[in-house]
Design a protein around this ligand. Structure first.
Ligand code: URA
Length: 237
């Protein structure tokens, strides 16, 4: 790994800042001052110090983001992406969102550079629960709950396993509902298409939980680092 990248990934500073630090001789590699910003180092074994302090390389990072509406779940796009919400100190070129939320969906999104974990969490075999709060145009009834509980087919071969639908509130006058829905897959526009199947429209959608992770009090656009302890149940799923 290049020395300048190592320093940005260990949060010493932004790309431009770390270049200055290196050129000023404030960085040592295995006890020797290294002024070459592109010097190749072994990130797992090199002893790198900045202003005399040893740096510890973090292989994987995990952030829990409260994605706001209007931001796309991509790494590169002409529009604002979820990665643009990371502070400069946390930007590191290899982070990506685990799955996608639609542009108009808000809520819990995991950002990481751990490809294996992302793959595992998205695998239909792992059945990681995703829970959504939604506002619906239409009256959700016990019948809707029973239909969702029986599983459904969206397209010819798109089988949706039984899902758990709960009514939070209904407004008979204007024929709208608020619900919580737990699904086990992460298919394209899944929640919207499930309600479409029963002739209803999702007008607001928010993911509130993924497996053991919940949004909690995290404000829109904010994110926090997940601890090893919080990651454990996801890794051992
Ligand atoms: N289902 C949807 O329809 N959209 C999302 O963003 C997530 C789940």
């Amino acid at each position: 790994m290049r020395l300048d990248r190592f320093l940005t990934e260990t949060k010493v500073g932004s790309r431009s800042e770390v270049k200055k630090f290196i050129k000023k001789g404030q960085v040592t590699v295995n006890g020797q001052v290294e002024k070459n910003i592109g010097a190749q180092i072994d990130e797992n074994n090199a002893q790198v110090e900045f202003q005399g302090e040893k740096l510890h390389y973090e292989k994987f990072v995990y952030y829990l983001l409260h994605k706001p509406q209007g931001v796309v779940s991509a790494t590169k796009d002409a529009q604002k992406t979820v990665l643009d919400l990371l502070l400069e100190k946390d930007q590191r070129g290899d982070i990506f969102p685990v799955g996608r939320l639609d542009k108009d969906t808000e809520g819990l999104l995991l950002l990481t550079n751990d490809g294996k974990l992302a793959h595992d969490l998205l695998s239909p075999k792992k059945h990681v629960e995703k829970e959504y709060f939604a506002k619906i145009n239409g009256l959700v009834t016990e019948e809707t709950i029973a239909f969702f509980a029986g599983g459904m087919t969206l397209k010819e071969d798109e089988n949706i396993s039984p899902s758990q639908l709960k009514i939070v509130a209904v407004d008979q006058k204007v024929q709208t509902s608020e619900i919580l829905l737990i699904i086990h897959e992460g298919k394209f526009h899944q929640v919207k298409r499930m309600f479409h199947k029963v002739g209803m429209e999702v007008t607001y959608l928010k993911r509130v939980r993924m497996g053991t992770l919940t949004l909690g009090q995290l404000a829109q656009g904010q994110y926090r680092v997940l601890s090893e302890k919080e990651m454990e149940p996801l890794k051992n799923n």
